[in-house]
Write a protein of this length. Structure first.
Length: 479
């Protein structure tokens, strides 16, 4: 009997022990599953789902941390979210430790995220969020944090008693990051310098080259600047650099040597523009150019061999052909009178007006339409020198500047542009002047034509761009 009781006791103890081990093993499995679910919710920063595992119902500090949101602005919040998006986790099921009864236990979960401090090292100023994302993507360094979560049974539920430990996974929750302002905020004021420059009048005198500098201030000195510089005058661009790139500059320096027919900048107002690669204008400034050198008046001296007039009438160089086409003297250029126009007789009112304007000894051809048309063409001989010589360009510039000066004196707005045409292998550059008189559009063109020995000025007047182009495109070369 005594032996029988002893056997029953051993059996009972074994049964209890097996039951207890079974409870502990089941508890460990439940904890591992809960830890995995908790890890997913932490990575998702889902505060409400996380708090369902907690022994506390509310944790305002944790909620604020998980939101990654502060009053510093949307850009700052987005950086924190980009870092948080790199968060990963792994549950170490083998690390579970629990009591014999399956009431309490703990398990390790290892979290990791991109080491944002290593990713951002050397970058004191962000251009934009794309740069932040790229830096995080390129970084292989990660920060690891192991959290041992403690669980215990609460009736039929299992809860975590140290959910608040996850705060250390978000050390950047209220960190501030430095973003660049608009580039114009860092751009100072353009200053000019160089030989011939007087700051008090902002004028270059007899200058061949201009120098200017755009200071870069504050955090702008920590940026890369991709930009170009242009110079314009009278609405026309006379130079534009290729795209420049400067890293961490204190200033953006520019110089330009005039490349026109004369060695110095012609008299006038010039504008320097600094423009970013995306087309944004960040700085602009004007300067003035003056010359002490006497330039020719708009009306040149009579060309060599021309017919000099002494009685106020047109000189003998003037041509009024009976045919539609005529070859310009001393050149191979043929001019064909456009449809709707005709050559003016030497004693016509139009020719006499030209004589009164000082063209008596240089006017070679004059074509005009009927009294209802603005269309006119005249050709004057400038001299026995190449059409693309500096002398010819001086005459041309003087004539154009005289026309512009008259418009400016009258307060008339105008536009200037240039175009090119090729005749017989020679490229001629035209200056196109447009303005309005009494509501009527007026289109002028000035073109130096000729060859290597003789220079003419072709001038057209019309009431439309199409008509102007038709008047200009009447040149050919004799075969």
């Amino acid at each position: 009997m005594e032996n029988f009781k002893k056997a029953l006791s051993v059996t009972l103890c074994a049964t209890i022990a097996l039951g207890t081990c079974s409870c502990s093993k089941q508890f460990g499995g439940d904890v591992a599953d809960l830890a995995d679910t908790l890890g997913k919710n932490i990575v998702a920063r889902d505060y409400k789902k996380i708090m369902k595992f907690s022994d506390e119902k509310e944790d305002e500090d944790l909620e604020a941390i998980l939101s990654l949101s502060t009053d510093s602005g949307e850009e700052q919040n987005t950086v924190r979210e980009l870092i948080a998006d790199t968060l990963e986790y792994e549950v170490d099921e083998d690390s579970f430790e629990g009591d014999f009864m399956g009431k309490e236990g703990s398990i390790d979960v290892t979290f990791s995220y991109v080491d944002y401090e290593a990713a951002f090292d050397g970058c004191d100023l962000f251009e934009d969020l794309d740069q932040v994302a790229a830096l995080l993507d390129d970084c292989d360094d990660r920060v690891e944090e192991k959290i041992t979560f403690d669980f215990e049974k609460d009736g039929s539920d299992i809860i975590c008693t140290n959910v608040g430990d996850i705060e250390k996974l978000f050390p950047y929750a209220d960190e501030e990051f430095n973003f660049a302002l608009e580039r114009s905020e860092y751009a100072g004021t353009i200053t000019f310098s160089g030989e011939g420059y007087t700051a008090s009048t902002n004028t270059y005198l007899d200058a061949t080259t201009i120098y200017c500098s755009l200071p870069i201030e504050g955090d702008g000195q920590n940026l890369i600047w991709d930009y170009s510089v242009s110079v314009t005058s009278n609405g026309s661009e006379i130079c534009c650099t290729e795209l420049c790139s400067e890293e961490n500059p204190t200033e953006l320096v520019f110089s330009y040597t005039y490349e026109g027919s004369q060695s110095t900048f012609p008299d006038g107002t010039y504008t320097v523009n600094y423009v970013l690669s995306d087309g944004t204008l960040i700085a602009t400034a004007d300067f003035y150019a003056e010359n002490t050198v006497v330039t020719p008046s708009p009306t040149p001296e009579p060309a060599s061999g021309s017919g000099t007039s002494t009685d106020g009438s047109i000189g003998s160089q003037y041509i009024c052909p009976s045919e539609t086409s005529v070859q310009l003297p001393d050149t191979d250029i043929i001019y064909t009178c456009p449809d709707g126009l005709s050559y003016c007789e030497p004693d016509s009112t139009q020719v006499q007006n030209a004589v009164d304007s000082g063209l008596a000894d240089t006017l070679v051809i004059y074509c005009t339409g009927n009294s209802y048309s603005l269309d006119q063409v005249f050709i004057a001989k400038y001299g026995d020198f190449a059409y693309d010589s500096s002398v010819g360009q001086i005459y041309s510039d003087a004539a154009i500047n005289a026309q512009i000066a008259q418009l400016e004196e009258e307060g008339t707005e105008y536009t200037l542009e240039t175009s090119e045409m090729t005749v017989g292998g020679r490229t001629y550059t035209s200056t196109l002047l447009t303005y309005q008189v009494y509501g009527i559009d007026v289109y002028y063109s000035f073109t130096l034509i000729g060859d290597e020995d003789t220079c003419y000025m072709l001038c057209t007047v019309s009431s439309s761009a199409e008509s102007r182009d038709n008047l200009m495109n009447c040149l050919s070369v004799a075969e």
